[in-house]
Design a binder for this molecule. Sequence first.
Ligand code: URA
Ligand code: ZN
Length: 365
Amino acid sequence: MTQDKCLVDVHTHVYLPEYLELLRRREQVPRVLPPLEEGLDERLIILPDEDKGESTKNGRPVGAAYYDVREKLAFMDKHDIDISVVSLANPWIDFLPPTQETFDLARRLNISMENMCQEPITQGRLYGMGTLPLSSVKGSVAEVEHIASLPRMRGVIMGTFGCGGKGLDDPALVPLFEAIAKHNLTIFLHPHYGVNLPASGNTDAGHSLALALGFPFETTYAVSRLILSGIFDRVPDLKILLAHSGGTLPFLAGRLDSCVAHDPAVASKLEHPPSHYLKKLYFDAVIYHATGVKATADFVDPSQIMFGTDHPFFPPLESKDARWMSVDSNLAAISNAGLDEPAVAGILGKNALRIFNLEMPCENE
Ligand code: URA
Ligand code: ZN
């Protein structure tokens, strides 16, 4: 495959062995439970209150695709994905206390991610995003320095929790954002907690509403808070990739601008309207329909949008051999969004090569 026709997945996860072990040992959410019956997969219970809902209390099956690099490569082969930029799956280690043990775990996870990306069987097709011990800014800054020294790492994955749950607009995080920008790493901003509004509580909708709506609304809110904190005036080089096409922001950015413009106490803290900063961010194309890709490509230059799959989540339910619906919906959405060929080729892979400075593994073969 050549650069011009490559497929790069920038939104793809793994539960590294050290992390899985931690989740297996835990007695509360987030945790991994044994299979419901012998011979079946273990169960992943990670979402807030997931253990309390009748239809969610047994979590989701978590098989080898969630942790085995050979499964990742087989998935890539099946869908002609040349390169994957792999990140740890949610909820990362945000919930652990700011102890040396947590810092050591972050260190081991990042070494393990680097080693996975360097395994000979991967043939140079994998890059990684690091994990931070976010309950400590100092520990996270130290880990950013470490991640920056690992050759296959391109950024860090980050939830919306911030340090001790204070959110991403916590002023204490500024040194962390400065360290990330200094090393030209990208933050992959990814939801996990959903939105905790009175009318959005648990229902009999299983996992579907939490994942379909809670996740993108959480991103929408968190990124807006980050922008309103004025961080991009302070750290203009901060590079952020937003999961799920920025939640709802390509659609709602105008409303955000308007409400801020009518609120001088907020507007006076910013040099520009919120959409000015939003338009500098990167967006994945994990939005599953052409309308979403169109809205994103209308809002930012298509050169800032990148293909993703969210593997290993949303596996085919009917047969293990089937192509993944999530991949095919996202591919169809990109080709049906009315974009010209160079824009499509960019979203499928060329943008990621440029933005993350990735090398095509087999270009000369
Ligand atoms: N479900 C999750 O828990 N995480 C994802 O990234 C996608 C689906
Ligand atoms: Zn994801």
